[in-house]
Design a protein around this ligand. Structure first.
Ligand SMILES: *[C@@H]1O[C@H](CO)[C@@H](O)[C@H](O)[C@H]1NC(C)=O
Ligand SMILES: *[C@@H]1O[C@H](CO)[C@@H](O)[C@H](O)[C@H]1NC(C)=O
Ligand SMILES: *[C@@H]1O[C@H](CO)[C@@H](O)[C@H](O)[C@H]1NC(C)=O
Ligand SMILES: *[C@@H]1O[C@H](CO)[C@@H](O)[C@H](O)[C@H]1NC(C)=O
Length: 423
C-alpha cells in the first residue's frame, strides 16, 4: 500500500527502529528480518530514499510526479510470516567440488593469462549445479504471489533442470490458471564466505510484468552481517540495481559517479545503514539497458562479478560479447577490468566491519512488495508504460494467477556461479 509524504517522518521516526529491533531476535527469525528488510530496501531505493533526502534537507516535494511521491508502508504482516532459515533446510547434497577451473581453462587460450591471486573455492555448474544449495520453502517474506518449492518438487515439476547446453534452469510454473500462489524456486549456498570474488555467468534471467528476480547475498544476524544485492530489479526493467545494506557507520563518500569512480548512478542516499534510512541501503543503478531483463536476455546475458576485498566492494557487468578472457580462463584479474558499475569503498565503509559469512542466493518472486507495488508506475528504464497498461490487468496478483503462459520468460539460465577467495 502507499502512504503519502506527510507520513514520511513518522515512518522514519517510528517504523525503522521497530524494524531494527526485529533483527536482534533469535536466529530462527533472522532470515525473516533479512528478507523483510531486503524488500523494504529495494522498494525504498526505487523511490523512498530520494524522498527522504528531500524531506531531511527541509525541501518539500513540489513536483507533480505522483510515482515519485509514493512512500511504501512497512508491512507488518510480512514480518509475521512463518519463516525458516533456508540454510537450516534439508541438505541438498554434498558440497560441490572445488575444481571448476578444469572446464573453464579448457576453453581458454592457454598460456595467455597471468596467474590470479583468486582461487576457485566453490563452482556450481553443469550437471552438479544444484549440489551445495538449500531450497527455501517458507512463505515468501516479501509477500509475493509465489510458493517456493523443495528440490524434489522443483525437479518433478521441471522448475529446475539442466538443459542440453549444460546450463542450470530455474523456472516459474506456467500452469495457465492457479488460484493461490504460483510455484517458483529460491536457493541459498550452503557455503559462506567472508571476502570473495563471486562470478555469475548467466545466459538468461527472469523478465516480464510481475517478476522480481535477484541474485544476492547476505550474512547472519542482519543487518550486522550485511547484504549485497548484485542483480535485482522488477517487471520489465532493463537496468540492473546493485545495493548494499548494513549496520550504522557505513556510507558512500559521494553520490557523484565521477567522484565514486563508477559507471552506474547512485539511486538513493549515501547512508547504507538499514536502521537509519528505513532500510534504503546504498543502491547503484547501471546505465546499461542490457544489464537486466529483456535487454540482458537479448544479448545472451553475460557475467556479473562482485569483488569484496579490504579496499571495498565492487560490482562489474560484462555483456556476453566482452567478457574478459581472464574470467573465461578461471584466473580472474579484477585490476584489469576497468571502471566498475558499482563501488562502495572502504574509506567510508570498511567491509571487515560490516560484512561477514555471506551465502549467495537466487530467487524469483512474483508481485509482492516491489514488483506488485510498482505495478501501476512508469518511469524506470524499460518501463515507459506501467505493467497495468501493458497487461490490461489492474493488479499484479490477478495477472500472475490467470496468465501462466506470460511467465515463459521468467527463468534463469545459468552457466555457472563461482566463488573465488585468496586463501
Ligand atoms: C523442462 O524444462 C526445460 C527448460 O525449460 C525444457 O527444455 C524441457 O522441455 C522441459 N521438460 C519437460 C518434460 O517439460
Ligand atoms: C559459515 O561457515 C562456517 C564454516 O563452515 C560455519 O562455522 C559458520 O557457522 C557458517 N556461518 C553461517 C552464517 O552459515
Ligand atoms: C561530479 O564530480 C565531477 C568531478 O569532481 C564534477 O566535474 C561534476 O560536475 C560533478 N557532477 C555533479 C552532477 O555534481
Ligand atoms: C536500449 O536502448 C537503446 C538506445 O536507446 C534502444 O535502441 C534499445 O531498444 C534499448 N533496449 C531495450 C531492451 O530496451
Amino acid at each position: 500500500m502507499y502512504l503519502q509524504l506527510p507520513l514520511l517522518l513518522y515512518l522514519l521516526a517510528s517504523v525503522a527502529p521497530s524494524d531494527a529491533g526485529l533483527f536482534t531476535r533469535s536466529s530462527e527469525h533472522v532470515l525473516r528480518g533479512v528478507n523483510a528488510a531486503h524488500h523494504h530496501a529495494v522498494k525504498r531505493s526505487s523511490g523512498l530514499a530520494k524522498d527522504l533526502r528531500r524531506a531531511l534537507s527541509g525541501i518539500l516535494v513540489a513536483e507533480g510526479d505522483s510515482g515519485a511521491q509514493h512512500v511504501y508502508c512497512i508491512s507488518g504482516t510480512s514480518l509475521t510470516n512463518p519463516d525458516t532459515s533456508p540454510g537450516g533446510g534439508g541438505s541438498s547434497g554434498s558440497s560441490p567440488k572445488a575444481s571448476g577451473t578444469a572446464t573453464a581453462s579448457a576453453s581458454s587460450p592457454s598460456g595467455t593469462v597471468a596467474s590470479s591471486p583468486w582461487k576457485v573455492k566453490q563452482s556450481y555448474e553443469g550437471d552438479s549445479f544444484f549440489d551445495g544449495w538449500s531450497f527455501f520453502t517458507a512463505s515468501d517474506p516479501t509477500d509475493g504471489t509465489v510458493q517456493y518449492v523443495d528440490q524434489s518438487t522443483a525437479q518433478s515439476a521441471n522448475l529446475t533442470s539442466i538443459n542440453s547446453a549444460g546450463n542450470a534452469i530455474m523456472r516459474v510454473d506456467t500452469t495457465a490458471k492457479i488460484s493461490g500462489n504460483r510455484q517458483s524456486v529460491r536457493i541459498t549456498t550452503n557455503y559462506n564466505y567472508t571476502g570473495a570474488l563471486v562470478i555469475l555467468d548467466s545466459v538468461h534471467m527472469p523478465t516480464g510484468c510481475g517478476t522480481w528476480p535477484a541474485f544476492w547475498s547476505n550474512g547472519p544476524n542482519w543487518p550486522a552481517g550485511g547484504e549485497i544485492d548484485i542483480v535485482e530489479g522488477v517487471n520489465t526493467y532493463t537496468n540492473n540495481q546493485a545495493t548494499i545494506h548494513t549496520n550504522p557507520g557505513c556510507t558512500i563518500p559521494s553520490s557523484n559517479s565521477t567522484v565514486l569512480g563508477i559507471t552506474g548512478d547512485v539511486t538513493g542516499g549515501t547512508n547504507c545503514a538499514a536502521a537509519e534510512t528505513g532500510n534504503a541501503g546504498c543502491g547503484i543503478r547501471s546505465t546499461s539497458n542490457t544489464s537486466y531483463g529483456a535487454g540482458f536476455n537479448e544479448i545472451g546475458g553475460g557475467v556479473y562479478a562482485m569483488e569484496w576485498v579490504d579496499s571495498g566492494i565492487s560490482v562489474w557487468f560484462f555483456p556476453r560479447s566482452s567478457i574478459p578472457s581472464d574470467i573465461t580462463a578461471g584466473a580472474p584479474q579484477p585490476s584489469g577490468w576497468g571502471t566498475p558499475m558499482a563501488n562502495w569503498p572502504s574509506t567510508d565503509c570498511n567491509p571487515s566491519t560490516f560484512f561477514y559469512q555471506h551465502s549467495a542466493i537466487f530467487d524469483t518472486t512474483l508481485c509482492g512488495q516491489w514488483a506488485g507495488n510498482v505495478w501501476s508506475d512508469t518511469g524506470s528504464p524499460g518501463q515507459s508504460q506501467s505493467c497495468a497498461q501493458i497487461t490490461g490487468t489492474s493488479t499484479c496478483a490477478e495477472y500472475v494467477q490467470n496468465n501462466g503462459a506470460a511467465f515463459a520468460d521468467a527463468y534463469w539460465e545459468v552457466k555457472s556461479v563461482k566463488i573465488y577467495q585468496t586463501s
